[in-house]
Design a protein around this ligand. Sequence first.
Ligand SMILES: Cc1ncc(COP(=O)(O)O)c(C=O)c1O
Length: 406
Amino acid sequence: MDSGSQQHRPPDERPDGPFGWIAAQDRARRAAGLRRELRPRAAESALLDLAGNDYLGLTRHPEVVRAGADACLRWGAGSTGSRLVTGSTALHAELEAELAAFTGFEAALVFASGYAANLAAVTALTGPGTLLVSDAANHASLIDGCRLSRATTEVVRHADPEAVRKALGARATPASPAGPGSGSGGPALVVSDAVFSVDGDAAPLRELAAACRAYGAALLLDDAHGLGAMGDGGRGSAHGAGLAGAPDVVCTATLSKSFGAQGGVVLGPAVVIEHLVNAARTFIFDTGLAPAAAGAALAALRLLEREPERATRARQVAREFHRLLTERGLDATAPDACVVSVRAPSPDSALAWAARCREEGLAVGCFRPPSVPDGVSRLRLTARCDLSGSQVHRAVDVIARTAPPH
Ligand SMILES: Cc1ncc(COP(=O)(O)O)c(C=O)c1O
């Protein structure tokens, strides 16, 4: 909801200056239990971390950390400029080539974040003439891409390929590969998280691809939570669904979750990647990914190629969380990847529940509106491949003992 713009009043009506309206919003947020606060964490913590997204336990892996430090020493603390000026190094090119080869796509382009990668892919592949079909539970970065695109956006029911078909059919777009031609995007693009960030469920990828193909639309998948966890050895959701390398499929991902570093990537046909270099504003006008992040992500990728069982184990841990939580009577989502969320009765109770977990040595995510698509507050737990069985049991015990009455 665009709450900021609703508060605007003529200047002479603002008793507390131009930012006076913020206090009223803050009061409303507090009353609804929706205020957010930063809590800087210590470098070392005794808390068991089920809140971060370090699914493969690589953020502090010595090889990954060393590669990041080496890249920093070799290339400098920053990339010094945008990718088209001075911000592309041999390291970026190496990372892109290996990401493409690993995931099965023809080409890759790395960005400063997954958010920037999503904005780039959505906006550069669409325009005022495009129909954008977007899942109702998509990540904020895809939603923002839709808003920036100036395309006609149709939001469809979550994980519903029939709704996608209907939206595409209503527009009756012919199966034409040609876009309007002036850099304003192709005829139709369907965008979906491949693994949804709040409940950890996987999108029906094959059915979505079939719907797109029936209407000549392209498919854009955000695999932030699938790369490193889904598909053979963590090669990602598109690879797992047999869609990697398809001429009509583009995939985005972050390097900050399974890969333990920072940054984002768009994977797709070479023609799409070349187009992004020329047309994606978050590529052209943003400083290139820092060398330390590129080096760390590349080391994480190579490590995962050597140790593919990390992906399997992380998913196994998530399923174990779900089984044990459900056994204790909690309303937990069945995970397809590494995210399990547990419903709470209200934002306040979710916050108090997370605080009680913390007092008992457990860091869990607490998702409240507007970060949840259906308005239901949840604890969000992330599985990691390096959690032991006894850690999983202890965590479930804490969560169950501290649960609010439903
Ligand atoms: C589904 C999804 N897409 C995109 C992003 C953005 O990635 P990044 O944090 O690298 O900007 C996130 C991360 O928070 C995410 O969960």
